[in-house]
Design a protein around this ligand. Structure first.
Ligand SMILES: CC(C)(COP(=O)(O)OP(=O)(O)OC[C@H]1O[C@@H](n2cnc3c(N)ncnc32)[C@H](O)[C@@H]1OP(=O)(O)O)[C@@H](O)C(=O)NCCC(=O)NCCS
Length: 201
């Protein structure tokens, strides 16, 4: 991989289309991010109003064009955004990056976060050749730790990162994708089937 992350990209699989944010997503973005669970567990400003939305889309666009991060809207078919998945903090020397995700409250518990995290993790491994993929999660965020586990991430045992925020002190645990665990649900099932029949894919 060169110094810049690829832009624009679309990643597809498991009934999910991850696409670049667009300026006409503003209303959907504001409706999605102005929500208590997102305020509680992510660094988003709260309340998240139109002004915050304009600033967010601008910063996201700069990060994409500059190639420093990947920040994609989660959609079912390339249309309305249902959530977001990100890759940032890339260290090419260590072949390392951090990922993050959120899903709008009306679209939760349908596998969107885990499907999107699997797609982006798989892309980061196979196309970007990043070998150390990390998540940082407050252990009280049960939904997010469930997503991490389902996608093949495991706790590293590194000391927690201590933070002071609007909800008081918090600690973030570091999770790392276990070797060979990236991939969509379909790919994982295919690999299980291949192992069962003694073949390699
Ligand atoms: C965390 C979040 C992204 C999960 O999104 P989602 O699309 O509902 O997650 P999925 O449907 O892919 O669920 C994956 C797993 O998590 C479990 N899960 C999801 N929400 C859960 C909850 N509230 N409580 C317990 N388990 C939960 C699901 O049951 C599933 O586990 P399973 O495969 O064992 O059944 C969403 O709740 C959210 O946006 N929260 C606020 C933002 C946030 O916390 N982001 C992460 C910051 S580290």
């Amino acid at each position: 991989m060169a110094g810049r992350l690829p832009y624009p990209i679309t990643l597809t699989g498991d009934g999910i289309v991850l696409r670049e944010w667009r300026s006409d997503d503003l209303d959907d973005l504001v409706a999605m991010l102005d929500e208590p669970e997102i305020a509680r567990w992510t660094p988003m400003p709260s309340p998240f109003d139109v002004e915050a939305g304009i600033a967010y889309l601008k910063r996201s666009h700069q990060g994409r064009v500059g190639g420093s991060r990947i920040q994609l809207a989660i959609t079912a078919d390339g249309g309305r955004p249902l959530g977001e998945v990100l890759l940032f903090g890339v260290d090419l020397g260590l072949k390392e990056a951090e990922l993050g995700y959120l899903v709008g409250r009306h679209h939760r518990r349908r596998g969107l976060a885990s499907g999107s995290l699997s797609l982006l993790s798989s892309y980061a491994r196979s196309t970007l050749h990043l070998s150390r993929l990390l998540l940082r999660i407050d252990p009280r965020n049960t939904a997010s730790t469930a997503v991490a586990q389902r996608c093949g991430y495991r706790l590293t045992g590194e000391p927690p990162i201590l933070q002071e925020g609007p909800y008081g002190p918090s600690r973030l645990d570091t999770w790392e994708l276990v070797e060979g665990q990236a991939g969509t649900r379909r790919e994982r099932l295919k690999n299980v089937a291949a192992r069962r029949y003694g073949r390699r894919t």
